[in-house]
Design a protein around this ligand. Structure first.
Ligand code: ZN
Length: 511
């Protein structure tokens, strides 16, 4: 019976955000050994869907023996604490050694992690695992398309599988694909990969897969894969996560051929050349704040206008944002916008105060009490406690569909009187990518004139029933995830790099 180790440490690191420590993983998903299998067997597991799906597909395709190692996930934050990460790697090594020989390893990482002591912890993990299991074990990994790919990862793995969708809705399919690849490798398949990274670091808002240059590139890769008629196993194209700010940043292409390296090389070069020639389209302008405010005001006054949704693009907790910037909320309150649903502000102290006061209480809400963060200063405003919840919900649409979320004590505050702004305050930092963030208070998204969310792009899939793409506005707000790359003091990116440096050159590899 084939034995397959299961593991993953998933973090997307924004190098401008505070470091991620063990407690950040404990706050989201922290599973050791058999806990992985127990969680995966639940109807709504609180863990990465690709790992759940990998296990289910392996179960459905024949006998196997899972060797569950560990699976930790953090909400996107800063670089991982090196001591904690090293202890994880040591633990992985110890558990693999104790478990004895394995035939395969499935790794469900994000791929965009950095560490306080290094820029490629994902690569370090892959390399360590390969060293433990030897050259003959099948090592297959799934990665978020915002992963930053290193040669170390490509060398250590047999196959790396990237998501194909952004907003991400294909995690389960990719887990299934990884399991099928694992089965094929057990049957004798020996895949070969080619890797190319371009000096191209688009902001995440330019990496959508419904339309635009990245969507077309991903489609092109999948079409060309089919045209190779079974000779290509996988085509993955990572947009990367520019805010990780490392030398391994850049749009990355890995083509894995079933057995002929030349197939992998020629197709990866073809895709890379197409991407490079199209680089000018990996720029996008935002909606200026004032324009957004005008739109919200007009919408509140005239109910015949179609409702709209705003991305508070500079502060996406799903990209390492604090979830505490106040620019958009304060501006909407200042102009007395009506019919606004705003979600979600991360402020456990404020949520606790609202819970202590009780529903219906009127008080002076102080957001970011005592804050010394310039991007998230203290903000005080009269408010009413409209509703309270314990913050447990099961995601309904898109990224969080079917997944249990624990947001901690939450409150809904009303600012600007009846029909003004309803603000969701949460106690566990998370991006508002699902209507459940409002629905848990009994709100109906269809009743809002303007919805504003702290989410960069995943809200698109969560709110698509109400807001088709033409009613989505990415508002230019400050914060750690601002899509205006010129706002940052980059230290690690390879330079020159497009679009920061207009005259960046690239030539295809001479294999
Ligand atoms: Zn992502």
């Amino acid at each position: 019976m084939k034995r397959v180790a299961l593991m993953g440490i998933a973090l997307e690191s924004n190098s401008f955000a505070p470091r991620a420590a063990q407690e950040d993983f404990r706050n989201r998903c922290y599973l050791d050994g058999d806990e992985i299998l127990a969680e995966a067997a639940k109807p709504n597991p609180g863990m990465a869907a690709e790992l759940v799906s990998f296990i289910r597909t392996m179960n459905a395709t024949g006998p196997w023996e899972p060797v569950p190692v560990l699976h930790y996930e953090s909400q996107p934050k800063g670089p991982v604490d090196q001591d904690f990460f090293d202890s994880c790697l040591n633990e992985i090594e110890r558990r693999l050694r104790d478990a004895g020989p394995v035939d395969g390893v499935f790794i469900a990482n994000h791929g965009g992690m950095t560490a306080t002591g290094g820029t490629d912890p994902d690569g370090d993990m892959y390399a360590r695992v390969r060293k433990c299991v030897g050259p003959d074990a099948a090592v297959v990994g799934t990665l978020d398309l915002h992963g930053n790919i290193s040669q170390t990862m490509v060398d250590a793995a047999d196959v790396l599988v990237s998501y194909l969708t952004n907003p991400h809705v294909d995690m389960a399919e990719r887990g299934e694909e990884a399991a099928v690849i694992m089965r094929r490798m057990f049957a004798g398949l020996r895949p070969k990969s080619a890797f190319i990274r371009l000096p191209l670091t688009p902001a995440s808002i330019n990496l959508l897969t419904a339309s635009g240059p990245y969507a077309e590139l991903v489609d092109y890769g999948q079409r060309r894969k089919r045209e190779f008629g079974g000779r290509i196993l996988n085509v993955s194209i990572w947009g990367g996560f520019v805010y990780s700010d490392t030398p391994k940043n850049g749009l990355a292409i890995v083509v894995t051929a079933c057995n002929d390296l030349d197939d992998a090389r020629s197709l990866s070069a073809e895709i890379a050349t197409r991407a490079w020639n199209d680089r000018g389209r990996f720029r996008k302008s935002l909606t200026p704040l004032q324009e957004g405010l005008d739109l919200a005001l007009a919408n509140g006054e005239d109910k015949s206008k179609p409702a709209v949704i705003f991305s508070d693009s500079g502060d996406n907790p799903g990209g390492g944002g604090s979830g505490r910037t106040i620019t958009l909320l304060e501006s909407l309150a200042q102009v007395s916008a009506k019919g606004v649903y705003y979600g979600s502000f991360f402020d456990p102290e404020l949520a606790a105060e609202a819970h202590a006061l009780g529903e219906g209480a009127e008080f002076h809400a102080v957001f970011n009490r005592g804050s010394e963060d310039d991007l998230a200063p203290e903000y005080s405003v009269p408010a009413r406690v409209k509703a309270l919840t314990g913050g447990k919900l099961v995601g309904r649409l898109g990224l969080f569909a079917g997944r249990t979320l624990e947001l901690g004590p939450c409150c809904l505050l009303e600012i600007g009187g009846e029909g003004g702004i309803l603000v969701v305050v949460i106690s566990n930092r998370q991006q508002t990518a699902d209507p459940g963030f409002f629905e848990m208070f009994g709100l109906n998204v269809a009743a809002a004139r303007t919805v504003a969310v702290k989410s960069r792009g995943h809200f698109r899939a969560g709110f698509i029933p109400w807001f088709p793409p033409e009613r989505v506005f990415e508002v230019d707000t400050p914060g750690l995830t601002s899509p205006v790359l010129e706002n940052f003091n980059w230290r690690g990116l390879p330079r020159p790099v497009y679009p920061l440096d207009e005259d960046t050159d690239w030539t295809p590899p001479d294999w």
